[in-house]
Write a protein that binds this ligand. Structure first.
Ligand code: PLP
Length: 399
């Protein structure tokens, strides 16, 4: 046993906690960010949050809420004014009439996912999760005794999900399918045919679909965004999770929500009272301003992400040893190195030797260890500067 391990146990480290915590992975980004913090002149292509300032009308609404004394708890399901706006917004956007009782406001999408997954995962229940995957889902399932079956998607198909593979993977113990489109880390957007095929078959077989739609507005091509809300025949078998974090550039305000059947929301509300009770009150007023403030900000932000995406795809194409594809949403691309390459050690050395920080692909699953994630949530100038360091460096690498 190493001295560090012995010290950790002595000081009430891992062994003092619920063994369920052992399934929590060490975030792959941590090592990179720790190292980057000791270096000068680092360019971060590792950022998972928008680099745009929060629109001023949203900031003002937050401050005004504080001034108006909105500092107490709200209703447990959410600030009624916000829930009313969410109902109007979603009903109009997806052409399906929802009710107040279909919503629960949470502390970001993170709490929404925590509630949705840990309230349903249990021994004997299997969750199908496409890989590469946002790293939150599988540990939440496993911590609660559930099992995960990964559905691998591949770089050569642009990480598109084959609905038939998902359907074929449904077995006797399958409880739910977890979808995330636009996707972190790949930026893939599933087309309507894919989402409809999965949702229809899942409903037919009594399997739930939990859909993480936090990047729903960040669709960078002129294509329709098929939310589960518009694809499902009814929402009894589905839970949609989203938030203001990415699309309205306000991740620190921590406001998200779950949309589900009235019965499911009733149960989740009870659980929510035992997790965070209510979401941040001034943040919820800021959310009202976000939903009622017009699309101007969104359109500008999407146009800028589109410009950056176009540039990044071109630069990935110019970079030796990297193979890209066309990400249609969010602000990520997961380019591949040759199959035998160790993406983590490449990303680490690239940081040490060029000062460009990315996120190793192993963070997102075992099938993408030869990749690293690039986020284009940074300026075009920084992106160009990063590649002007990476390209000559990659030229010297051998795989
Ligand atoms: C796919 C995905 N889901 C959920 C979240 C969490 O979002 P929130 O800030 O609303 O908790 C993130 C944040 O990175 C994400 O990328």
């Amino acid at each position: 046993m190493s001295r560090e391990m012995a010290q950790e146990i002595d000081s009430g480290g891992e062994s003092a906690f619920n063994p369920a915590l052992r399934v929590l992975p060490i975030p792959g980004i941590r090592r990179m960010v720790n190292l980057a913090s000791t270096m000068d002149d680092v360019i971060h292509l590792s950022i998972g949050q928008p680099d745009f300032p929060t629109p001023p009308h949203i900031v003002e609404a937050h401050i005004q809420a504080l001034r108006d004394g909105h500092t107490g708890y709200t209703m447990d399901a959410g600030l009624p004014e916000l829930v009313t706006e969410l109902v109007a917004y979603y009903s109009e956007r997806y052409g399906r009439q929802l009710k107040e009782d279909n919503f629960l406001v949470t502390t970001g999408a993170t709490e929404a996912l925590y509630l949705a997954l840990s309230a349903t995962a249990a021994p004997g229940r299997e969750f199908l999760i496409p890989e590469p995957t946002f790293p939150l889902y599988a540990p939440l399932v496993r911590m609660n005794g559930g099992e995960v079956k990964s559905i691998e998607t591949s770089a050569d198909r642009g990480y598109q999900l084959d609905p038939q593979e998902v359907i074929d993977a449904i077995g006797m113990s399958t409880y739910a399918i977890v979808l995330n489109s636009p996707n972190n880390p790949t930026g893939v957007v599933y087309p309507r045919e894919t989402v409809e095929a999965i949702v229809q078959e899942a409903a037919y077989r009594g399997v739930k679909v939990i859909s993480d739609e936090v990047y729903d507005h960040l669709v960078l091509d002129d294509i329709e965004y098929p939310s589960i809300i518009s694809c499902a025949a009814d929402i009894d078998q589905t839970m949609v999770v989203s938030s203001f974090s990415k699309t309205f550039s306000m991740p620190g305000m921590r406001i998200g929500w779950i949309i589900a059947s009235e019965a499911a929301i009733k149960t989740l509300r009870r659980y929510h009272m035992f997790t965070t009770t209510v979401a941040n009150t001034p943040g919820q007023w800021a959310g009202v301003a976000a939903l009622t403030g017009g699309r101007g900000f969104l359109d500008e932000m999407i146009a800028e992400y589109r410009r950056r995406r176009d540039k990044v795809v071109q630069l990935v194409g110019d970079a030796p040893h990297l193979t890209g594809y066309w990400p249609q949403g969010a602000f990520y691309i997961l380019p591949s190195l040759p199959a035998n390459a160790d993406g983590s050690s490449v990303a680490l050395r690239m940081l040490e030797e060029t000062g460009v920080c990315t996120v190793p692909g192993e963070t997102f699953g075992e099938s993408t260890t030869n990749t690293f994630r690039i986020s284009f949530s940074t300026s075009l100038e920084k992106i160009e500067e990063a590649f002007s360091r990476m390209i000559p460096w990659l030229e010297k690498q051998q795989f």
